[in-house]
Write a protein that binds this ligand. Sequence first.
Ligand code: SF4
Ligand code: SF4
Length: 79
Amino acid sequence: MEKRSLQISMARARHKIVVISERCKECGICITVCPVKILDKSSLRNSRGFRYPVASDENRCIGCRLCEYSCPDLAIYIL
Ligand code: SF4
Ligand code: SF4
């Protein structure tokens, strides 16, 4: 059981969240749909004044891609 937990933890750490900050319009959809609630608005703004999303803990990303599929501006994707 312990070994299985370790494998799941390592698998989660493989996902990379990429945000193209200049495309973001701060609609917040990605933040709302993320099932593990790791996305939040950055304290920084892009050149249009919008606060783009940042991940509080990328290791908790499960790679579901709901953020990627939901973003109307193709501003976030998962590797
Ligand atoms: S892929 Fe899923 S878990 Fe990861 S940040 Fe996007 S919505 Fe959240
Ligand atoms: S869904 Fe796209 S445009 Fe909306 S806040 Fe997230 S990254 Fe920005």
